[in-house]
Design a protein around this ligand. Sequence first.
Ligand SMILES: [Zn+2]
Length: 407
Amino acid sequence: MDIQFLGGASEVGRLGMLLRQGPETLLFDYGVLPKDPPQYPLKAPPVDIVFVSHAHLDHSGMVPWICGRQDANVILTPVTSNVADLLLEDSLKIADMEGYESPFDDADIQATRRNSRTVDFGETVDVGSMEVTLHSAGHIPGATMFEVNGNQTTLFTGDLHTLTTDLVRGAKPVPCDTLVVESTYAGRNHPDRLKTQYEFLRKIEEVNRRGGLALVPAFAVGRTQDILLTLAKGKFDVWLDGMGKTVNGIYLHNPEYIRSAKDLKHAMGRVRVVHTAHGARQAMQGEVIVTTSGMLDGGPVIRYIEEIREDPRSAILLTGYQVEGTNGRRLVEEGVVDIHGVDVKIQCEWQKFDFSSHAGHNDLVRFIEGCDPQRVVLMHGDNRELLAEALEGREVLMPVEGQWYSL
Ligand SMILES: [Zn+2]
């Protein structure tokens, strides 16, 4: 068996991994690096089949490019299929708005829909002499690990979370010979989730007490729902704006992929949804607004920042990792946000909370030990050596993009 990374081995983003055994070529994930304009992985050769671990565009954003050029089936869970479709359509709109050329068009997205074969956790897909079984990766609802049984057992994790959150149950180790595992948080651990939730809710109380509004930028997919479930533990007047609204609907239509549809429904029931400009003005009178984009690059969040940025009583509460070059990163590092092409200083308070949906360093080590592989392939990380050091005694491979490795 041979593998090659088309992207996303030594960095986080634009992941794509080819796996070749005999005459078959499998592709796992094919994503973009979300920058402006996005950066793309190496061009994929002809493949027999594409497996998509989850909807986030750094894993799915280039799948239409394949489907527009080759007649390969795409294997993914139903919830991943629905959410990816939404994000891919949105990425075309963004390309249009920002004035760069997308590598695929609407016809390619339609081809992706036609080629998609949805499969549930626990089910198996035959590819030539191999069998591929889907397992939950715990990262967001529908996120999948693929267990490939050929002349050896290989597990590809995609993005991985091993701890159970309010939204989704943590992933369980799968015994394998070769483990291809993400390493986003190599060398770093997360603070305790319950403590983070407590501090987040207390901060909102503090902001509201002094008469301010808590603006919570959150990614539409996964994070928004996690935040709504946290907010349901308090008694706030919460408003929801942005694409997270549509994703909530998709999750509730696929209840078997979330930890508790009842809890998410309950959390949604406590939230008022912004549909119009009038609604947005009403939301400004509320206590909390949850909205996209999570990294402050476009979306309704910009309008709300304009409203509160000079109000020392209000606060921006970031809930996710802020990628270099994004507005969110500029806020954290320089106290400045680009609004419609103009750098404006943010005078209200801001704070970052760690609601990560990736396994931390110690969680990764425990998961790897649970899988007990002969060989560990570290991918999807820019600090992989820190994880390799913790795996002393095991064969560890840190592939570079573009090179074939025989396993
Ligand atoms: Zn992800």
